[in-house]
Ligand binder design. Structure first.
Ligand SMILES: [Zn+2]
Ligand SMILES: [Zn+2]
Length: 241
């Protein structure tokens, strides 16, 4: 028979998994989410040098823009990510998104708030817009990870959450493995502005979890531009190399 304390501990580890999602070691002193201190200290927050426009990491600081930005400008003003998409943060994002370990949001918010506090120009916006998910994907996944992050960022910045201003109309294929042209076609007509008055002449901060090719946030920004947005910033938790 289990005693009361053991039952209590069992319940606690059910709600707060005690094994690190990165190194899989047992966490004796949990911060409320399953990433151990050692792994958390490994998260790289400095991704310079990076492209001044899209925030993609650059190999050297001889150039200020990446090749993509020199050849074909994006529709947003600039994009940045708080960390690099590599372990341990990569494993934490996977656990959050696909294993639904939602307590990891506490860690992600620490990272976002730290970043936003040292970059005060993000406070000069009119609203926070999470990248919308298509309703059928939302049903599959049960939550929109970008919206969960954007909710707390909107509270932190004390700016409205614009989650109803734009919807995703088309069920797009996963972008992985598609060429640049295929990505563009795949995303054509994907987003629709529901109410222009929330968008026109506004400074908008788009929130996403991971930036890879940036084609999704680019086509979202293109639609916002079409509806008359003044400034479009993008902020993500992590960026691919
Ligand atoms: Zn660990
Ligand atoms: Zn760039």
């Amino acid at each position: 028979m289990l005693n009361r304390q053991e039952i209590g501990e069992g319940l606690l580890s059910f709600f707060f998994p005690q094994y690190c999602v990165n190194c899989k070691k047992y966490i004796a002193e949990s911060a409320g989410y399953p990433l151990c201190k050692k792994c958390e200290e490994m998260i790289r927050k400095d991704i310079s040098p990076c492209c001044l426009v899209c925030g993609r990491p650059l190999l050297s600081n001889r150039q200020t823009l990446c090749r993509r930005c020199r050849e074909k400008p994006f529709s947003f003003d600039f994009a940045r990510a708080v960390t690099l998409y590599e372990p341990p943060i990569k494993n934490a994002i996977h656990a959050f998104k696909y294993r639904k370990i939602l307590s990891l949001k506490i860690l992600f918010m620490h990272l976002f708030f730290e970043y936003l506090s040292s970059n005060p120009f993000y406070h000069d916006i009119d609203g926070v817009l999470p990248v919308p998910l298509h309703p059928s994907r939302l049903r599959e996944r049960e939550f929109n990870q970008a919206e969960i992050l954007a909710q707390d960022i909107s509270k932190f910045l004390q700016k409205p959450l614009m989650h109803k201003a734009v919807t995703r109309k088309k069920k797009t294929l996963p972008q992985v493995g598609l060429s640049m042209k295929e990505r563009r076609l795949n995303l054509q007509g994907a987003f629709q502005v529901e109410d222009e008055k929330f968008i026109a002449k506004k400074k908008i901060l788009i929130i996403d979890d991971v930036l890879t090719s940036r084609s999704t946030v680019d086509s979202l920004a293109m639609v916002l531009r079409g509806a008359g947005s003044q400034t479009i910033f993008v902020l993500a938790l992590a960026t691919g190399k």
